[in-house]
Design a protein around this ligand. Sequence first.
Ligand SMILES: Nc1ncnc2c1ncn2[C@@H]1O[C@H](COP(=O)(O)OP(=O)(O)OP(=O)(O)O)[C@@H](O)[C@H]1O
Length: 219
Amino acid sequence: MSLFALSDIRFAYAARPAVLDGVSLRLDAGERLALVGDNGAGKSTLLSLMVGLLKPSGGTVEAFGRARVTEADFAEIRPRAGLVFQDPDDQLFCPTVAEDVAFGPLNTGASRAEARRIVSDTLNGLGLAGFEDRVTHHLSGGEKRLVSLAAVLAMQPEALLLDEPTNALDAKARARLIEVLSGLPQAMVIVSHDPEVREALATRAVLLESGRVADEYPL
Ligand SMILES: Nc1ncnc2c1ncn2[C@@H]1O[C@H](COP(=O)(O)OP(=O)(O)OP(=O)(O)O)[C@@H](O)[C@H]1O
């Protein structure tokens, strides 16, 4: 089954030349796709378009079996396709780790007790047991990155969209994150400049160049 099918996507930021100029790609269930390309090639932009944080000027985004156009369409899919931002400070906004990780589940109807259990299970799974009451703002860069992932995983998404997941991690935290991500069942789109991360996690690569898919190859 195809989780995402993007067809002929075109996009430009206001008063700027086109970033994407006819990009088509699919993400199938269980697949792990690496998006590669130079700085500014449009990789992060494409992730935002997939979940409706930006709207294409042309082309169609199909997600979970149907075309998504309106804000309501995208609001429905965002919990199902968890985007982990390049900068954790864009993702985390609560005073404590537990509040950040519980935010999504509470927002979608979990009880306080369920949310507490989800927080503790998710943090344990990422090696963050006992982080519940830590002040998010005081965490290290690597810890924030893992908490961002926890906040997304707490929603039990069917797909993960990861933007430079190992940025600013030391070797130990990077290895830990790769191990955690390798063990997850979700389909993934991974944007990473780190070839080792791509090879450890992805099954296929798509190269973006000049606003188009310039190459596709198995990993
Ligand atoms: N909010 C914005 N307004 C205007 N231009 C933007 C905005 N965000 C990104 N851009 C520009 O759009 C282009 C694509 O940016 P994008 O972040 O998608 O590239 P990327 O492939 O993810 O790059 P990197 O590998 O450096 O993270 C770049 O030229 C960037 O400067």
